[in-house]
Ligand binder design. Structure first.
Ligand SMILES: [Fe+2]
Length: 301
């Protein structure tokens, strides 16, 4: 694939993941165009997000939006990493929030992020943490999961962007495609995985209801899809509890996880139905700091 302004290749960590690098002159043009709006305008006026998304697509003669959507809908791929080819002083956190926003608005409408109270969330992972979920716990493995398991909104895709990082060793992104998972057939064919499970969430998520849905469900072609996270299902009985343990063990035990280091300034975007994501523990360091941004949403098409 050849799109002007972008270098496109298969990602070094996996042939399923497409690596998209934005060339320097394209970054310069974007930075100039993005400066038309400050972050307040972007946050308060949803139409401005479409405007900056169009700036990004215009750079590619409107080929980028088509390409990104094709990747996310392609069962054999479904994931891309996108970011500046080189970092420079124009690429600060504000620029990266706008860039991530522009990418998201070429794919679909973001969901309201209840944790942050807007369409995206920024958060830090640091040495110390007093929160009630694994999101900010640096020294614990964040197990493979999908997003949106405990909310009513449709969560077709997710975008995770790395805004900044200091004194970090470890903390790599772990990804697993369902078709690479050794135990997929066995667990997908277990009737318990298609039962309704109850999903709640801790206080910090600001979601005051519970939802019910199965873990596995088929796509239009009968291929397995998953909606699962380890912390939030509330098993109703022994059979559901044991199933969840088996699922968790066989996901974490997979030898086919893709372990990758996301560069600062880059975002990883994945189809949330057949890719699971997680994070390896960081190496202990009291000055450790990483800032991330996330957007989740539904597809336009
Ligand atoms: Fe997640």
């Amino acid at each position: 694939m050849n799109i002007s302004g972008f270098n496109i290749s298969n990602h070094l960590s996996s042939n399923r993941i497409i690596n998209i690098r934005i060339k320097d002159d394209a970054i310069d043009k974007l930075s100039e165009k993005f400066s038309r709006f400050d972050l307040t305008a972007i946050e308060y006026k949803p139409f401005t997000r479409f405007t900056i998304a169009k700036y990004l697509d215009d750079l590619s003669n409107n080929q980028l939006s088509k390409f990104l959507n094709e990747i996310l809908h392609d069962r054999n791929s479904g994931c891309f990493v996108i970011g500046p080819e080189n970092l420079n002083s124009k690429i600060d956190d504000i620029f990266l929030v706008k860039l991530s926003t522009a990418i998201a608005y070429l794919i679909g409408n973001p969901n309201h992020d209840a944790m942050a109270g807007k369409y995206y969330a920024r958060f830090h992972v640091k040495h110390e943490d007093k929160s009630d979920s694994y999101l900010r716990k640096a020294y614990t493995n964040m197990d493979l999961h999908t997003d949106g398991t405990y909310v009513k909104e449709i969560t077709d895709w997710l975008l995770m962007s790395k805004l900044e990082e200091k004194n970090v060793e470890g903390g790599e992104t772990a990804m697993l495609h369902l078709d690479d998972w050794e135990y997929c057939e066995e667990l997908y064919n277990d009737p318990i995985g298609k039962q309704n499970f109850v999903w709640g969430s801790p206080k910090s998520k600001n979601v005051d209801y519970k939802v019910e849905h199965p873990i596995f469900f088929p796509d239009n072609e009968g291929k397995p899809q998953i909606s699962y996270i380890d912390q939030f299902p509330e098993p109703k009985n022994m059979e559901q509890g044991i199933f969840l343990q088996k699922l968790s063990d066989s996901l974490e035990g997979s030898k086919n996880k893709v372990i990758t280091k996301l560069p600062v300034g880059s975002a990883i975007v994945a189809n949330n139905y057949f890719w699971l994501h997680g994070r390896r523990p960081f190496k202990e360091n009291k000055d450790l700091s990483r800032e991330l941004m996330r957007i989740r949403g539904s597809f336009f098409i």
